[in-house]
Design a binder for this molecule. Sequence first.
Ligand code: SF4
Length: 286
Amino acid sequence: MPGQRPQIIGSLSPSRAADFVSCPLKYRFRVVDRLPEPPSQAATRGTMVHTVLERLFDLPPAGRTPAAAEELLPGAWADLRAREPELAAMFADEDELAGWLASARELLAGYFALEDPRRLAPAARELYVEHVLDSGLRLRGYVDRLDEARTADGLALRVVDYKTGRSPGPAFENTALFQMRFYALLLWRTRGVVPRELRLYYLGDRTWLRVVPDADDLLATERRVQALWAAIARAHRTGDWRATPSKLCGWCDHQSRCPAFGGTPPPLPEAQLADDTAPAVCEAQG
Ligand code: SF4
C-alpha cells in the first residue's frame, strides 16, 4: 500500500558492513554471538579524541585553538573512565598512561594541521542518521560532523569524519570511502540533498581523502549495501560465516576461537539455530 512502512528486516551500519566485507566470521562474532571485546588503547584513544573534537566546537570560534583542545583532553579522559572504570586497567603504570595521553595530544595536533576550526560553524556533530530502504533494511550511523552552507545552488552539505589511525594505501582508499558514501546515501535519503563533499581526515599521518559524490554514485552505494545484506542474510541461513584471514587479523580479538588460527568458534546462539529461513533482526551498529 502506498505510504506503508516496510517491515524491518535488519540493520546495518558502515562499521559492521566493513566487518563483513573484511571477514564474515568477525562479523558473526561481533553481531550474532555478541562476544565481548576487551578495551584497547587505540580504540579508547580514538573515542577520547573524537570527544575532544566534538566539544571543541562548543567553544566560541576564536577559542578553538590547539591549546584549548589539549585542555579538553583530561576532561574527556575522566568522562570515559567514569563511564567505564575498567579502562584504567589498560595501563601498567603512570608512565604508560602519560605516553598514551601524549599520543592523543599528537593526534589533536594532527587535526589542527588539516583545518582551522576557528573558521567553521558545523551544523551538527555526532549526528545520528537513519533510513529504512524499501527492502526493509535499516541503514544507520553517526556522522562525526556535518557542515552546511547556503549557496546560490541551494543547500550544500559537507560530511566530515575523523580517523585517528593512518591513511590507507591507494588500493584501500575506496574501501575507506565506502563509509563516507554510506553516510552520504543516508543524508540524501533523509534530507533530499546529495552532499556536496565527503572528507575523511586521518590524524595519524595528517592527511585526508575527499570525494565529490553524485546521485549515480550513491545509487551504486545503495545497490552495494543491498548486495552486502543479501550476503549477510545468506550467511545467517546457511551458518557459513567464512574466516577470511588478512592483515586485519592482527587487530582481531577473536583469534583464539578462529579456525584460521587453530581455534573453534562457539556454537551459534539458539535464536540463530532456530531461524533457518531468514536473518534475525540484527543490530549492526558501528
Ligand atoms: S582472526 Fe582474522 S580470520 Fe579470524 S575472525 Fe578475526 S579477522 Fe577473521
